[in-house]
Design a protein around this ligand. Structure first.
Ligand code: ADP
Ligand code: MG
Length: 254
């Protein structure tokens, strides 16, 4: 990777606003949101419930339109769902009638990748997320953590440049969550993906991110962007970890 490609933002969010009409009147879910994410960067978005995190996620993914402003991916405006994205949601969204391999291979099938190549790639991905041996299982037979591993493998299958994740570990227990966080960091350093990760868990953000975008509520907007300079792996017992945690908590509560 050249220096210029490293500096060029992979994602550029420029003046994004979003209004909803509700029975109680107009809700300003987002207002004037602007920031960039560099290629290969790991950025977390934190904020209280209702600060517009999911709305922003959906606009970046092209699942929803902004009412003002534009999101650019690699220089092109987002105008709908694109193939260059891997999406992981809090509620796994797996196909219950497909096996684990069938779920992971879904995007490859749609792209018309030949059968042998599909199988090879699915095997590789299941190994990457620690699920070798589960290719023929069905989602109903898996724990929450395992389902989220399947969702992650499925998102990675088409080799997207950007992984967008909305509270992906919000529904698993604390110990599984820590394991998944470590695995995601390993996958990130192995693959060099750009990751944009939404969470309301400040500890999770401080553990994972290069930078943390702190959102404020009503209207949903960027309060501050905090760069986490602590070397990885990071431990909750590091002094700097606690300092970042307190600083971000204060920003969220302000
Ligand atoms: P977060 O993910 O940070 O909890 P959301 O993006 O889900 O926040 O919501 C931001 C605000 O926009 C909230 O006030 C929410 O009620 C409102 N909102 C989100 N989606 C809709 C919708 N489809 N219709 C009306 N209001 C919505
Ligand atoms: Mg949300």
């Amino acid at each position: 990777m050249t220096d210029s490609s490293r500096r060029r933002p992979r994602v550029s969010i420029e003046g994004v606003g979003r209004q909803y009409d509700s029975p109680q009147g107009v809700v300003q879910a987002l207002e004037g949101v602007s920031f960039g994410v560099e290629a290969g960067e790991f950025v977390c978005i934190v904020g209280q419930s209702g600060s517009g995190k999911t709305t922003l996620f959906r606009i970046i993914a092209g699942l929803e339109d902004a009412t003002s402003g534009t999101v650019y991916l690699g220089g092109d405006p987002v105008e709908g769902p694109g193939p260059n994205l891997g999406l992981v949601f809090q509620e796994y969204h797996l196909f219950p009638w497909r096996t684990v391999a069938g779920n992971v291979g879904f995007g490859l099938e749609k792209q018309g990748v030949d059968h042998e190549e599909q199988e090879r790639r699915v095997r590789e991905l299941l190994e990457l997320v620690g699920l070798d041996g589960f290719a023929d299982s069905y989602p109903r037979d898996l724990s929450g953590g395992m389902k989220q591993r399947v969702a992650l493998a499925r998102a990675l299958a088409v080799d997207p440049e950007l992984l967008l994740m909305d509270e992906p570990f919000g529904a698993v227990d604390a110990q599984t969550k820590r394991m998944l966080q470590n695995e995601l960091l390993d996958i990130w350093s192995e693959t060099g993906k750009t990751i944009l990760f939404v969470t309301h868990d400040v500890e999770e953000a401080v553990k994972l991110a290069d930078r943390v975008v702190v959102m404020a509520t009503d209207p949903g907007r960027v309060r501050e962007i905090v760069e986490i300079e602590t070397e990885r792996p990071r431990s909750r017992s590091d002094t700097s970890f606690g300092e970042y945690y307190e600083r971000i908590m204060k920003l969220i509560r302000a």
